[in-house]
Design a binder for this molecule. Structure first.
Ligand code: NAD
Length: 485
């Protein structure tokens, strides 16, 4: 069987693991195995499923240090952020396990006597998951735990850049009591993912990744019939800074939002929309802080910024920065790849601030997915909100202001799925819904109480214990009907 290697992005000669490239036949086999296992799993009471998920959270918490190191090793995230990635999966286990002992639907008074009406959720069978590399433990947890709670089997195709993290996550689930055939992993590039998306045995497809890949998955997932399809795609997230903002806070927020995870979060801050009165000071301070960030091996605890995921990512980022300069932007800092001693072949891109960016520039509209912050000077609040909303993406936005009315007007006017006040565009919490508008997503949300919706179908149940045929909308109201009293 053909194989591929997952490598350390800081030193690509360092191989993390070797994995098979699965084909469509392999996908067939695991979908069938997961479907078999699902028949027993769906009969388990929901709280019993929840107990297994809670146990998986305990295994992940026990193994947090080792998993954190694996995330840093394979995905190049610095240790504190790698630890956050794993903690998110632990938190998700707690949250989803709690949902197993909470309300699942609504009970609605029937319009007829001696009749009950309620809704519940039922599994879809086997769900097909396709995931990116940048939250290599957290994102599988966002999908796998709610899918299991709903009573499904799972087949996951993780990113070719993070297969080891996904295997480690699934191993933790199996150790906790998830039947080994219930959650299966297939590896490789586009082929197994595409085979999963069209597989007739897959009742729901959940994809997280870039817009171009998401469009392909969406088109093919519908080829073999309507099915649940959740898309969580890219972002081009903006931070508005008003003249009355606490600039200390805004500087820290911009630096963490733009350069954390080397700018490779779907929620990374990539546009700074700042009032001209404070733009000079804010940019100077962000540039100074960017220059103080230490680039290096992400497994070194003193390092602030790790590599980008591959050399071709660094080339793409460099190309976008060069195009921005051609369009009239100025490089205030960064704008180049960096060689880090001891990290041979690692693709490091310097934290970059571009000034003089206009709303029509490509760098202001397209996702960079790298440590690049484009600064746009905009005076009016409504104009700033218009700039936030002027692009195809709609994931996350932030507004910095000390004035409550300014902040709430921005919250109201911004068309993104997530808005922060006086906090950067990153930092979502598990009990709340996560997802975006416009081309960022198709309306489903991950996490929160609604995270289960993409993995289950609503079922409406009517139970008539009157002993006679009652006709909704046709029979008279029981109070007017002597027979019914
Ligand atoms: P990607 O789109 O390159 O890959 C995502 C997954 O799709 C991988 O598993 C890949 O192997 C698979 N794939 C590739 N070609 C395919 C095809 N033709 N058919 C089916 N599957 C295919 O994304 P990436 O580089 O791994 O991740 C970065 C992107 O993910 C960014 O755009 C980022 O914003 C986005 N992202 C979004 C969220 C969110 O929740 N909205 C979260 C994290 C990342």
């Amino acid at each position: 069987m053909t194989t591929f290697r997952s490598v350390n992005p800081a030193r690509p000669d360092d191989v993390v693991g070797e994995y098979p490239v699965h084909d469509a036949a392999a996908v067939d086999a695991v979908v069938a195995a997961a479907a078999d296992a699902q028949r027993a799993w769906r009969r388990l009471p929901v709280p019993a499923r929840a107990d297994v998920i809670a146990a998986a959270g305990a295994v992940l918490a026990r193994d947090k240090d080792g998993l954190t190191d694996l995330v840093a090793h394979e995905a190049g995230k610095v240790l504190v952020e790698a630890g956050g990635d794993v903690q998110e999966a632990v938190d998700m286990a707690h949250f989803v396990a709690g949902q197993g002992r909470s309300a699942w639907g609504e009970i609605v008074p029937s319009e007829l006597g001696d009749k009950l009406a309620w809704t519940t959720r039922q599994p879809v069978g086997v769900v097909g998951l396709i995931t990116p590399w940048n939250f290599p433990v957290a994102i599988p947890s966002w999908k796998i735990f709610p899918a299991l709670l709903a009573g499904n089997g799972v087949v996951i195709k993780p990113s070719e850049h993070a297969p080891a993290c996904c295997e480690a996550f699934v191993a933790a689930c199996v150790e906790a009591g998830v039947p080994a055939d219930l959650v299966k992993v297939v590896h490789g590039f586009a082929e197994p993912a595409a085979a999963l998306a069209v597989h007739p045995g897959v009742g729901a497809v959940s994809f997280t990744g870039s817009v171009p890949t998401g469009r392909k998955v969406a088109a093919s997932a519908m080829e073999t019939g309507p099915r649940l399809l959740s898309l969580e795609l890219g972002g081009k997230n903006a931070m508005i800074v008003r003249p009355d903002a606490d600039l200390d806070l805004a500087v820290e927020g911009a630096v963490f939002g733009a350069f954390g995870t080397s700018g490779q979060r779907c929620t990374s801050t990539s546009r700074l929309i700042v009032h001209p009165d404070v733009a000079g000071e804010l940019v100077d301070r962000v540039v100074k802080r960017a220059g103080e960030l230490r680039l290096g091996d992400p497994r070194d605890p003193g390092v602030d910024v790790g590599p980008v995921i591959t050399g071709s990512s660094a080339e793409r980022i460099a190309g976008m920065v060069a195009a921005a300069v051609d369009e009239g932007a100025t490089v205030a800092c960064g704008g180049e790849t960096v060689t880090v001693p001891g990290c041979d072949g690692g693709a490091f891109y310097a934290p970059t601030v571009l000034t003089g960016v206009r709303p029509g520039h490509r760098i202001a509209r397209e996702e960079v997915f790298g440590p690049v912050l484009a600064v746009l000077e905009v005076a009016g609040l409504d104009d700033a909100i218009d700039v936030v909303n002027s692009i195809e993406y709609g994931l996350s936005a932030a507004v910095y202001s000390r004035d409550i009315a300014t902040a709430l007007r921005a919250v109201d006017g911004i068309d993104t799925g997530i808005v922060y006040v006086n906090a950067p565009t990153i930092g979502a919490e598990i009990p709340l819904p996560f997802g975006g508008t416009k081309h960022t997503g198709n309306g489903f949300r991950e996490a929160g109480t609604r995270g289960i919706e993409q993995f289950s179908q609503l079922k409406t149940v009517y139970v008539d214990y009157s002993g006679r045929l009652q006709k909704a909308q046709i029979d008279t109201h029981p109070l007017d009907d002597p027979e019914a009293q």
